[in-house]
Design a protein around this ligand. Structure first.
Ligand SMILES: [Zn+2]
Length: 249
């Protein structure tokens, strides 16, 4: 039995407002740009929350941390405009900084309650071998925020808001595949908008790798023609606690 059907939850492409929380300024594009473009074209309101300032990147060539942050902020805005992102919120934690999951939670709860999305999206913190602390802390904090935003137990200020679903990208256990063939070039353009990260001599190799991965995911859709897809682990909020079968859903 599919719990999402049981609960009457909409498919990923049918949500009306989504908050996408990324650890670094380019994660949403690499993980989900094609799907986000499709959502924007269907009238979905997309809000980005970027957890860190991207200052640990050495590839900008900028001499100071302030300059790196400024470049990455500019690139993030450009990428979001290509996709149709409505609003960008920066939490400003230091890239690879010593902030805690709880620090992050305190920032996320008021935003979720104010924006009232019907889906959250973020990196999968339970991807085996994920070692980057910003990704692990972000994914876990977003999942926990989903539980805590819905009631006043831990955070009494503000009106509770229950977000019914969450979609994790960069996941090893996907259960949802989105055909993004028609948005593939836009996805690549949005990744390349992060010029300091991708517009270099490694790009042809990386592009080939992205295309291979996305074409493999597209095969899961069992369509007649080849194409590109993105993969997500979509879970109902009920599956985020005491729900062993969530791994296999
Ligand atoms: Zn990242």
């Amino acid at each position: 039995m599919d719990i999402k059907q049981l609960l009457g939850l909409p498919d990923l492409l049918d949500v009306k407002k989504i908050i996408c929380v990324q650890p670094h300024p380019d994660d949403n594009e690499v993980g989900a740009a094609g799907t986000l473009r499709a959502l924007a074209l269907r009238g979905c309101e997309i809000v980005y929350i970027t957890v860190t300032d991207g200052s640990a990147s050495g590839s900008t060539g900028a001499p100071t941390t302030e300059e790196i942050v400024r470049i990455r902020e500019y690139e993030k805005q450009a990428a979001g405009q290509l996709l149709g992102v409505s609003k960008q919120i920066d939490l400003g934690f230091h890239d690879m900084g010593d902030y805690s999951e709880d620090d992050l939670l305190k920032q996320l709860i008021p935003i979720i309650r104010a924006e009232k999305p019907d889906m959250l999206m973020t990196v999968d913190p339970w991807m085996p071998y994920e070692a980057h602390p910003d990704h692990i802390k972000t994914g876990k904090a977003v999942a926990t925020a989903m539980l805590f935003a819905a009631n006043k137990v831990r955070f009494p200020e503000g009106e509770p808001h229950a977000v019914p679903q969450i979609a994790f990208y960069a996941t090893s256990h996907p259960n949802t595949f989105i055909d993004i063939t028609t948005h593939w070039e836009t996805k690549l353009a949005s990744i390349l908008a992060h010029k300091s990260q991708f517009d270099n001599e490694e790009w042809p190799m990386l592009r080939m790798y992205f295309e291979y991965q996305a074409s493999q995911l597209h095969r899961k859709l069992n369509l007649d023609q080849a194409g590109f897809a993105e993969a997500f682990k979509v879970l109902a909020s009920q599956q985020l606690h005491f729900f062993p079968a969530a791994l296999y859903s």
